[in-house]
Write a protein that binds this ligand. Structure first.
Ligand code: MG
Length: 352
C-alpha cells in the first residue's frame, strides 16, 4: 500500500467492511452469513428448520405437537411510495409471504418502526394504513411493536422491521427436499416488483405502466396446498428467480432445468430490463412463489394456482434433474443451454 507521499496509508481493506452487496440476497450475502454471522450463535434450532437451514423462516416444535413458524424481515425500500405499493404494504407482505412459503398460515405480526426526525406524520399514517390493509387480506393481526426516532440525516426517512408468526398447516414446508422428476412451478410473472421500483426512481427518468406485484400470497398458497404433492416452496425476493432456484438446487444437491420460454415475464418488465441492462430473472418479486411439486400432482397444483386471481399467470417452468447437482440450467428460447448463475445480489440496493 503506497500513498502519494510515500508513507503507508492506514486504509481499511475493502473486504473487511460491509458493502451494499452484503445485503442484496445473493452470493456475497450468503458468504457474510456463513463466515461471520451464523457460527457465532451456539443455539440455532428449536425444530426441524433453524438458523443453519437459511430457509424463509424457522420452525419451533410445540410441546403439544405441531409447529409454529417464525420469520423476520427489515424493509429499507427506496422510494417509499412506488407504483403498485409502498413500504407499508411491502413490510407486511415480505414477512407474510415468508410464512406462506413455509406452509404456515400467518397469524401475528410485530412492527418495529425506525423514523427520521422530520418524517411527515401524514406519510406515516398512509404507510401504516397500507400495512393494515395487507394484514387484512390474510386475516393476520398486528399484536406488538416498537418505535424509535433518529436525528435528521442519521437515517433516510423510515425503516420498518416486521416479525411474523404463523402455524404450519399441517407441517412446515422447507425450500430443500427436491427430488429428481419434480415439476417446478411459478405462481405468476417474474421481475415486476424490482423493475417497477427501478422505474419509480427519478434518476432513471422512465415511465411505464408496470406495477409492483407486492401482495400477500397465503390465500393462493393455501389453495394450492389442498392438491397435495408440494415438496418445497420459496418466494423469489432479493436476487430474483435466479437466486431462489440456485438456493433450492444447492440445498438439495439436485439440478433444476428451466425452459426460458415458459417463464412468464410481462413485456414491460422485459423492456425495462433491456433498457437498464438487468435481467428480470435476477430482480426481486414480492407477490410470487416457486413451488416444487411431485410430478403426479403438478397439473392439479397448477390448475388450483390458476383458479386464484393472484395465480392467473402461474406456469410450469421446469423440472428437477440429476445432471448438474447444485446448478440451474436454462434452456434458452433459441434452443441452447446455459447455467443460470446465482446473482451476486440484487443489481441495485434498496429494492425491498
Ligand atoms: Mg423468502
Amino acid at each position: 500500500m503506497v500513498s502519494v507521499r510515500g508513507e503507508a496509508a492506514p486504509v481499511t481493506a475493502p473486504e473487511e467492511c460491509i458493502t451494499s452487496l452484503h445485503g442484496a440476497g445473493g452470493e456475497r450475502m450468503g458468504q457474510l452469513l456463513r463466515e461471520h454471522v451464523i457460527r457465532r450463535f451456539h443455539r440455532r434450532s428449536l425444530g426441524r428448520i433453524g438458523l443453519d437451514q437459511l430457509d424463509d423462516g424457522a420452525t419451533i416444535d410445540l410441546p403439544s405437537g405441531g409447529e409454529v413458524v417464525i420469520t423476520t424481515d427489515s424493509h429499507v425500500v427506496k422510494p417509499i411510495f412506488f407504483a403498485g405499493g409502498d413500504i407499508g404494504r411491502l413490510a407486511a407482505c415480505g414477512t407474510l409471504n415468508d410464512l406462506a412459503v413455509m406452509g404456515a398460515r400467518p397469524l401475528a405480526l410485530t412492527l418495529g418502526l425506525i423514523l427520521e426526525e422530520g418524517f411527515p406524520i401524514a406519510d406515516l399514517e398512509r404507510i401504516l394504513d397500507s400495512l393494515d390493509q395487507a394484514l387484512g387480506e390474510v386475516g393476520a393481526a398486528l399484536v406488538t411493536g416498537d418505535t424509535k426516532v433518529m436525528g435528521r440525516g442519521e437515517l433516510d426517512g423510515i425503516v420498518i422491521n416486521t416479525t411474523g408468526v404463523g402455524v404450519a398447516v399441517p407441517r412446515a414446508i422447507g425450500d430443500a427436499n427436491l427430488s429428481v422428476g419434480d415439476a417446478v412451478l411459478v405462481t405468476g410473472t417474474i421481475g415486476d416488483h424490482g423493475m417497477a421500483l427501478l422505474a419509480s426512481r427519478q434518476e432513471f427518468h422512465l415511465t411505464t405502466t408496470l406495477q409492483s406485484d407486492v401482495a400477500p400470497i397465503w390465500p393462493l398458497v393455501e389453495r394450492a396446498l389442498t392438491a397435495g404433492g408440494v415438496r418445497a416452496m420459496k418466494d423469489p425476493t432479493r436476487g430474483g428467480l435466479a437466486a431462489a432456484l440456485n438456493e433450492m438446487a444447492r440445498k438439495s444437491q439436485t439440478s433444476i432445468e428451466v425452459d426460458e420460454a415458459a417463464i412468464p415475464i410481462r413485456d414491460e418488465a422485459r423492456g425495462l430490463g433491456e433498457l437498464l441492462g438487468i435481467s428480470p430473472l435476477d430482480i426481486a418479486n414480492e407477490g410470487k412463489a416457486i413451488l416444487v411439486v411431485g410430478p403426479e400432482r403438478a397439473d392439479a397444483v397448477l390448475a388450483l394456482l390458476r383458479s386464484h386471481p393472484l395465480g392467473r399467470d402461474a406456469a410450469r417452468i421446469g423440472r428437477v434433474t440429476a445432471e448438474y447437482p447444485g446448478q440451474v440450467i436454462l434452456r434458452t428460447e433459441v434452443g441452447g443451454r446455459r447455467f443460470l448463475e446465482m446473482p451476486l445480489g440484487d443489481p441495485v440496493p434498496r429494492i425491498c
